[in-house]
Ligand binder design. Sequence first.
Ligand SMILES: NC(=O)N[C@H]1NC(=O)NC1=O
Length: 174
Amino acid sequence: MDIGTVNALPYEDFVNIFGNVVEKCPIITAAVWSRRPFANLAALEAAISDFIEALPDSGKEGILRCHPDLAGRDLQSGMLTKESREEQARAGLDALSSAEAWRITRLNEEYKRRFGFPFVVCARMNDKEEILKQLSERCVNEPAVEKARGIEEVKKICRLRLQGVVLTDAHNKL
Ligand SMILES: NC(=O)N[C@H]1NC(=O)NC1=O
């Protein structure tokens, strides 16, 4: 799908196709539609990033809270979005030993208790060992540092999802 096709999409199709590039936040996609035409995919990505950065802290925390726990309840119950399911499976989070599952559950709970939002990391760029390591390291950060770090990870996830949509999915959804 080339950028000309993306720019020509009515907002209904644009939101249907790109609505989950930021997990469960289609409002972001719906908002940036009005920034068309995009010179290229990087410009669309930048518009999303600008929108996120312009949000107050509560909005950024809200975005983080839309993310499911890694290897959490939604994965066990089959309730993950397609994108998140694929990302978590890619990192091996759907096949944890019981010791690993216990550890990640405990650390996710500790993280959420401390920060009030879930631990977010780009699962496609890490394997399960690296994710567990980062989770335990990041638990001790200052809240402001973690909020910024989580949002950076959201942007990495977004970039890979955008690339995935443009390369594969879009034609099937139109
Ligand atoms: N909690 C969290 O990081 N979730 C996300 N990470 C990722 O790569 N996909 C997700 O759903």
